[in-house]
Design a protein around this ligand. Structure first.
Ligand code: ACO
Length: 427
């Protein structure tokens, strides 16, 4: 017989089934709590709430473990490329050569974006934040591809997936090109998926674009490391929007908006802005360490701490090595990076940070790499979105195939009780 957990309230005892995951994580299945006891659980921020059972990504924040479909992130970052990882996340298994080639050529065949989308891109101010533009453009794709995805048709699902995998990088690149006043480019079909991303973003109209293998490798790794992270804020957003049966593109557009925030994907931009601020203020890292610790000061050390990784972020370990390689290879000398190194060292030795287990997270280093690669700061979170795309798709697909119910949390109402309406003239 499987385990149960007993809940007692006002003398009434109720048994709830206990669910055990494949990595022995335990959850109490409280689906019937309200119906049987007339109460709900209260957990703002969902620190103790599992929203689903998922077979995509496993992470253990205490041990610093991250796996996609059972494969260690360290192996994937070292041995696979981003497109293989995307296939793995979405379809559950690593592709063989034939499957991978087909996936890539189907993505390429679907990468064309309607010419009229250019008019939408042109209508944004050049100063608009790229994440706002990307979210709008992703949503606009729904208008240009109105047919619904029949989730019972594998072919329909597959077509929607290769469409968005093809078009999303084009939209991201056009967002950058609009900002930089460069003509829109559809890329080069002879290039790899990641190589083509760089080409579409940085190719100058009258110049050949030369790919730097160090840059390609670093970007490939970064995209892999960001590809999924179980039920984080943007992924939960994608799942909850999709749970209303809104389409894939609309759900992804909401995911982009959720990722934008500085407490989530926007942290990589916030890291560089913080470092630049410290530099402009004279480069006194000790002063900023004190500000971060001062409870009367809202300043936080961006790029430090994580909701689930409480010992170290395994992605940060991998990418720190990559950051050192890229900076060495490209010969980058940048005072902002020296400030980053100073902060990193001080925080790792500081009692406040050590006690609270606040370590540099992946975004501390990803911002540094993007800067070294010449990617504008405001585009950092767009790069994150490019990496997270297959994870969002995989989670949306899983949620729809499992026919999960619409996401609709409850609340405890703490507002006014019923009161009489007062006419405007008497208020
Ligand atoms: N600088 C200073 N103090 C911090 C920081 C920080 N970056 N992060 C957490 N703390 C402190 C809090 O003030 C709190 O202190 P207290 O116990 O004395 O009250 C304690 O550490 C716990 O912090 P919480 O906010 O409760 O931790 P939570 O898990 O809710 O938040 C978060 C995690 C949002 C990532 C937080 O650490 C933070 O704001 N970090 C900076 C932003 C950042 O880098 N975000 C990127 C996350 S990674 C990603 O999205 C890919």
């Amino acid at each position: 017989m499987s385990d149960t957990a007993t809940f007692e309230y006002k003398g009434k005892k109720i048994e709830f089934p206990v669910v055990e995951g494949t990595e022995n994580e335990i959850g109490i299945d409280i689906k019937t709590l309200r119906a049987s006891a007339g109460v709900i659980t209260l957990d703002p921020g969902y620190k103790n709430t599992g929203s689903c059972e998922s077979a995509i990504t496993y992470l253990d924040g205490e041990k610093g473990i991250l796996r996609y479909r059972g494969y260690a992130i360290e192996d994937l970052a070292e041995k696979a490329n981003f497109l293989e990882v995307a296939y793995l996340l979405i379809f559950g298994e690593l592709p063989n050569k034939e499957q991978l080639d087909k996936f890539h050529s189907d993505i390429k065949a679907n990468s064309e974006v309607d010419e009229d989308v250019k008019k939408i891109v042109d209508s944004f101010p050049r100063t608009a934040h790229p994440m706002g533009v990307l979210s709008s453009l992703t949503s606009a794709l729904t208008a240009f591809n109105p047919s619904c995805v029949d989730i019972n048709s594998e072919e329909d699902m597959y077509n929607a997936i290769v469409k968005i995998m093809g078009k999303f990088p084009v939209l991201a690149a056009w967002t950058l090109r609009r900002r930089n006043s460069k003509p829109y480019d559809y890329g080069n079909a002879s290039l790899g998926y990641v190589e083509n991303m760089l080409y579409m973003m940085f190719k100058k109209p009258n110049e050949e674009y030369k790919l730097n293998p160090v840059v390609v490798d670093a970007l490939d790794k970064l995209l892999i490391l960001h590809a999924d992270h179980e039920q984080n804020c943007s992924t939960s957003t994608v799942r909850i929007v999709g749970s209303s049966h809104a389409g894939l593109f609309a759900s992804l557009s909401a995911g982009v908006s959720a990722l934008w925030g500085p407490l989530h994907g926007g942290a990589n931009q916030a890291v560089i802005e913080m470092l630049e601020g410290i530099k402009e203020d004279g480069g006194d890292t000790a002063k900023y360490m004190e500000k971060a610790k001062d409870k009367n000061d809202s300043f936080r050390l961006m790029g430090f701490g994580h909701r689930v990784y409480k010992n170290f972020d395994p992605r940060a370990k991998i990418i720190k090595k990559s950051a050192d390689e890229v900076l060495g290879d490209l010969g980058v000398e940048d005072p902002v990076l020296s400030i980053a190194k100073g902060l990193e060292k001080q925080a790792l030795e500081d009692d406040y940070f050590v006690k609270r287990k606040l370590y540099p997270n992946v975004d501390f280093y990803s911002g540094i790499i993007y800067r070294a690669l010449g990617i504008p700061t405001e585009m950092f979170t767009v790069m994150f979105a490019l990496g997270r795309l297959p994870g969002w798709i995989a989670q949306w697909r899983e949620m729809r195939l499992k026919k999960e119910p619409i996401g609709r949390p409850r609340q405890i109402y703490v507002g006014e009780n019923l009161r009489p309406f007062v006419e405007v003239s008497k208020r």
